[in-house]
Write a protein that binds this ligand. Sequence first.
Ligand SMILES: Nc1ncnc2c1ncn2[C@@H]1O[C@H](COP(=O)(O)OP(=O)(O)OP(=O)(O)O)[C@@H](O)[C@H]1O
Ligand SMILES: [Mg+2]
Length: 473
Amino acid sequence: MQASMNLSQLDPRAGRATSVLAEDEKPGAAEPEALNITAASSNPKMFTLPWHKPLATWPEDLLANLPRGISRHVVRFVHVGDEVYAMKEITRQMAEREYEILRRLQKLELPAVRPIAVVTGRHDANGEPLEAILVTKHLKFSLPYRALFARNLRPDTAERLIDALAVLLVRLHLAGFYWGDVSLSNVLFLRDADAFSAFLVDAETGDLQVNLTEGQREYDIDLARTNIIGELMDLSSGKLLPGDVDEIEVGNRLVERYHSLWSALTDTDKFGPDEMWKIEKRVNKLNELGFDVDELEMKTEEGGKRVLVRPRVVDAGYANRKLLRLTGLDVQENQARRLLNDLDAYRASTWREGEDLEIVATDWMREVFEPTVRSIPREYRSQIEPAQFFHEVLDHRWFLAEKAGHDVPMSEAVTSFIKNVLPGQVLNKKDIDTLLEEADSGVIDDESTYYDNDADDDGYNPDFDPDAAVWSH
Ligand SMILES: Nc1ncnc2c1ncn2[C@@H]1O[C@H](COP(=O)(O)OP(=O)(O)OP(=O)(O)O)[C@@H](O)[C@H]1O
Ligand SMILES: [Mg+2]
């Protein structure tokens, strides 16, 4: 193919090309005569770039030196005003197609790089045509996997990266996107505070459909597994992979995580207006699988509401930190996660998704959390932590809702919990008295040892001690 031959002379990485889509070269698809920039919004700086030069020869001072993954095509990061754009030199058909797919992915709010423009009609100084360029916005702080795995990666970080990829793949598939070329090279990883996310970077081979068949999904996963194992083995042979990483295990993990996530998310789809408990069940299941849940999004549809449950991958201690920041409550991680889930459900069910979470959290504290924990009967207050109480009331509410087949208000759950469950878990005053009596019964240091003067063999007699009365009588 003409284009890739040219590229291989310009950029050594292009020599690794294995295949290029056959549909690149549609006969009759002539390049525009003059430079043409198709973009959703205009950026005048774009016209000042040296489009008449092959991308591989663009001057250094335009380029941003940021980590980049392996690619078949020439890719460069370019400063354009205050922005950094990723430019990829490919055929016009490929550029236009990828641009279109990326735009559709963006509309669906899926995690993919943002398309900026397609530049066609390029010619060099001699008037010879040059390939088109696809321009995307550089994803800030993103890292290609080689940069990540080559560092001293903690084993749990490696697992979280794979989990993040599983989340990406499930989200794309749920939206009907068939990728066709899943590999670590076509993903960017982002570590943002405690969260890990994966973004699609190369949509060349992808296709958006209404629904994917199981065969298409399985094909994507299978290819992902094969590619991941291959890519990690490649790192390993270059001594870039920590010795304790098992490539095959990592590949298998993706498949396993994908499947469990897929089934957790596709269990039940629609639910009635009083069936939030069904969502709760799904969220709990995701938590058990080790996925956190991003903000719940509620939509009304014919035949019921629909809640979008969006999983994500976070670091240990994430929930505790987030809850502390939002509410000032400093509780155990699992409790924090539960409380945050309830806060999310509160936000979704009160249709306040657009509002600042800080504000919603203040209202949730006042309207939900505080009234609930204030209802802990006085006699039990020293025995159950408020966050634990709240957590258990939620469990109980879920149990009641499942039995009843509809949601149960918090106040009802609290009353029932206090009446039916709490007494079995904590000790009442009588229990405590009995317990204390029992506890004392085994004490050797009982009264007889110090009242019985005969038992004293050290010659001490409290009756002759002026201070003794103070404590012994
Ligand atoms: N918008 C972007 N933000 C950050 N990095 C990017 C962006 N676009 C591309 N890259 C980097 O450039 C690399 C190559 O991009 P891409 O995968 O699109 O090229 P390609 O030649 O089509 O790859 P392939 O060999 O898979 O066909 C990516 O792995 C990524 O590291
Ligand atoms: Mg690629």
